[in-house]
Design a protein around this ligand. Sequence first.
Ligand code: ATP
Ligand code: MG
Ligand code: MG
Ligand code: MG
Length: 575
Amino acid sequence: MKASQFFISTLKEAPADAEVVSHKLMMRAGMIKKLGAGIYTLMPMGLRVVHKVEAIVREEMNRAGAVELSMPVIQPAELWQETGRFEKMGPELLRIADRHGNDFVVQPTSEEVITDIARQEIRSYKQLPKNFYQIQTKFRDERRPRFGLMRGREFIMKDAYSFDRDQVSAKASYQVMAQAYRRIFDRFGLTYRAVAADSGAIGGDLSEEFQVIAATGEDAIVYCPNSDYAANMEKAEALAPAGPRPAASQALTKTPTPGKSTCADVAELLGVPLQTTVKSLVLATDTLNETGEVIKTQVWLLLLRGDHDMNEVKVGKLPGLSAFRFATVPEIEAHFGCKPGYLGPLNLLQPVKLVVDREVAVMADWICGANEADFHITGVNWGRDLPEPDMVADLRNVVAGDASPDGQGPLAIERGIEVGHVFYLGTKYSQAMKATFLDQNGKPQLMEMGCYGIGITRLPAAAIEQNHDERGIIWPDALAPFTVVICPINADRSPEVKAASESLYAELLAAGVDVLLDDRGERPGAMFADWELIGVPHRVNIGDRALKEGNVEYQHRRDAAATAVPLAEVAALLI
Ligand code: ATP
Ligand code: MG
Ligand code: MG
Ligand code: MG
């Protein structure tokens, strides 16, 4: 590809609504363009990356024995009524009607349609197992679409569905997918973790999320550095012993910014993950004198709804603080001399009364809670009333330092971006939709199912969160829009530079390298800035001076400077 024929459109500044680095850089690199909330055009540069993701996913799905098809994006409501999801799914499901008043949905996923296909097409055990997949547009009317492609409303997902004759075979199909996912994410060249996830009503351990590790991730991952134990926070909480968690307070010496802090600020300050499953945080703030003695402790409270996003939770003003720490309820009780159980955690949708402090007077009318008007809890009072005793069992946030359920040591917490999810479904859908096959005895049996998703368009955003610097994106080779860029320096003034660039370009193309020749005639500085922003991993600069000595310059996107390489050898380096 030649840059003059391609479409390159870079920006110096990111738009104001871009909060995370991947969103900013994808906008600045001209990879995506916003059309509406959570709705983006994949511009030519971005589409190339998406195609790279798709190619790897397709190759590995095929290798794992899955077969590709493509299901309609717009699906009749009748199928969704059969499983009850048309009613149950809530506002994330986009429902539309045609001119005849017939209801449809825009697929957020496709269990119903694939089960409908299976019940028509699969009659005998001899046709099983089967795994169908598609790489297709999805729509979810996310409550808060944000971070560009990371949480879009329209996005591309690879969704696969396995059908098996019995549980044993279904679990084997699940394992085949779990292994294929490992190969896929290995090939992307990203740091990721497969974590146990909640398998819902079905139970068992057959649900795993694939999380790309990134500090900005929305999910909290709990893992044990000494063992294979890894789970998302939801699952980890479900496994944790009931009741107040064991003391694992973390002394922190950071000072909060005065004024209103967002929840993200507080989480960062506390070194606790910004996660969606925290139900309540009890914070103790110590005021120290010059010699470091605690002269006053105040206890603060954050109330969080289980599924809300914490970005705009206000914790109010924290004046005059020099220390800030995360305290457990028993610690606070001990500090104030309360009897155990005196301080209760919080029933989130009720007004709360909590006793905290003997010196600090009752604090009345706190507004606590989430970022939506209806979810704020107003009139929270900090007083001396006894809480309901049974509320104590509610506080069960897993924190770093808690014991791992496998007994292998203390837990650690990091953040991740969910890029894939494998899930054993059992007969949930086949039962609702009567998807049966005839077994060896000619008896109808329900098909055993599994479903397996990968966020195709979320993946590039996750890759950028993990791989960038102040100059821009740093693509792993497997995902780069172009693997190599050739930058001729002042080619208009040097026929030798032009010829050497053209001939290297032709040689690399012939060898199947995904190479771009930047023939736009830009000044070197502007040209380099573009490619560093766009994140092409390998760059060859061809200039007159080095060329006279038979050299060109090679620079990997992670290198601090370019290295001289003989022109005759540079192709071999890149092929
Ligand atoms: P999340 O927890 O981020 O909302 P999910 O658990 O609802 O994701 P799944 O139903 O498991 O998502 O879908 C499979 C994959 O599709 C996810 O692992 C994720 O990579 C991707 N995905 C889900 N929602 C979105 C979205 N709004 N934008 C982009 N990708 C998404
Ligand atoms: Mg979701
Ligand atoms: Mg999820
Ligand atoms: Mg999921």
